[in-house]
Design a protein around this ligand. Structure first.
Ligand SMILES: [Zn+2]
Length: 90
């Protein structure tokens, strides 16, 4: 039995039959762990895409699941990555 909706983006791994709390689906990607170094030490950040059915914006969550996070549109996240390159780190 498929758990996906016809409107799921290709990155969606949500099990909509059990995860959706209303008639409106919340698409989400798999969580990707990213090893990161912060001034306080090493940590693991989670990265996840999500989008509510019917909305145009796909959001990127990057955070530790507790205290710190960024939630940006995909386009904004790509601009941040491009800005890092523009200052010469890559
Ligand atoms: Zn979906």
């Amino acid at each position: 039995m498929s758990t996906q909706r016809p409107t799921c983006p290709r990155w969606c791994v949500a099990v909509h039959a059990s995860e959706d709390e209303s008639a409106i689906s919340r698409h989400r990607s798999a969580i990707v762990d990213v090893a990161a170094l912060q001034p306080a030490g090493a940590t693991t950040l989670m990265l996840e895409l999500h989008r509510t059915e019917g909305e145009l914006t796909t959001w990127v969550y990057i955070g530790d699941g507790e205290r710190q996070f960024l939630e940006l549109s995909v386009e904004s996240a790509l601009r941040v990555a491009a800005a890092l390159e523009s200052v010469g780190v890559a």
